[in-house]
Ligand binder design. Structure first.
Ligand SMILES: Nc1ncnc2c1ncn2[C@@H]1O[C@H](COP(=O)(O)OP(=O)(O)OP(=O)(O)O)[C@@H](O)[C@H]1O
Length: 245
């Protein structure tokens, strides 16, 4: 039998009590994500999806457990380890663009560059995400889709091991969403970048990811390929492009 061996990028075994408007939920996860995988977290509002990303990023502390990324311990309650966010090698893009308004596109990217990193990384990203024409523009002059492309490029400046995407396209119109999905897939493939995305959009989940974690009330209820685990009755009639597999 042929076994495909994938190196593990993320080991996440954590618990965290959350207090929402509808009462408390206990987030309780035990999941491994392989290097170069594209995984989506899908589930109802308040299930804990954003909290999962925030714990990976070091912005929310688990009550217990362990987070290991590329064999580096980011969090281990039993050993009292909790790596600060700036030392976790990941990139993040959220729904809000959060660019510096007084800096150009180039300036926003340079700001993310570490001292010892070559500036050629920025040129490479401007080219890959087709932002060269916009490099001297300030965010106020850009469309929502362009701003989100800059946010994506900025998240990649430090060559992260892991890309976290929290509904990054939900503020954009459908045509722009489809374009941006393609940019995200392009960088995912170019860098074999392990990517974890929160999305509410079934079409997007099917197009983008190989694996879906369905999160309900803080628990992974299903884990598998999109077409096997998603509630497809809710699907819009038109599915666009995507990963061929
Ligand atoms: N720091 C925190 N401490 C305690 N509870 C929190 C904290 N942050 C969020 N919560 C609560 O945890 C619950 C889950 O929130 P979270 O944002 O992770 O859900 P979500 O699945 O991403 O929801 P949505 O799809 O609406 O964004 C919510 O009820 C929220 O109020």
């Amino acid at each position: 039998m042929h076994l495909k061996l994938t190196r593990i990028m993320i080991e996440l075994a954590i618990t965290r009590k959350l207090h929402g408007a509808g009462g408390a939920i206990n987030l309780n996860l035990d999941v491994r994500i392989g290097t170069g995988d594209f995984v989506t977290v899908y589930g109802p509002s308040g299930a804990g999806k954003t909290s999962v990303l925030r714990m990976l990023a070091g912005l929310l502390t688990p009550n217990d457990g362990r987070i290991v990324c590329d064999r580096q311990i980011w969090f281990d309650k039993s050993k009292d380890i909790n790596l600060r966010p700036q030392f976790r090698n990941l990139g993040m893009v959220f729904q809000e663009y959060s660019l510096f308004p007084n800096m150009t596109v180039q300036g926003n990217l340079e700001f993310a560059l570490q001292k010892d990193q070559p500036k050629s990384r920025i040129d490479e990203l401007l080219q890959l995400i087709e932002l060269e024409q916009l490099r001297d523009k300030k965010p106020a002059l850009l469309s929502g889709g362009q701003k989100q492309r800059v946010a994506l490029a900025r998240a990649l400046v430090r060559q992260p091991n892991l890309l976290l995407l929290d509904e990054p396209l939900s503020a954009l119109d459908t045509a722009m969403q489809i374009k941006l999905q393609d940019y995200i897939l392009r960088v995912h493939r170019q860098y074999n970048l392990t990517t974890l995305m929160v999305s509410h959009d079934l079409n997007e989940v099917i197009k983008m990811s190989k694996r879906v974690l369905i999160l309900e009330d803080g628990i992974i209820k299903k884990d598998g390929p999109p077409l096997e685990v998603l509630p497809l009755d809710n699907l819009k009639p038109f599915i666009t492009g995507g990963l061929s597999r």
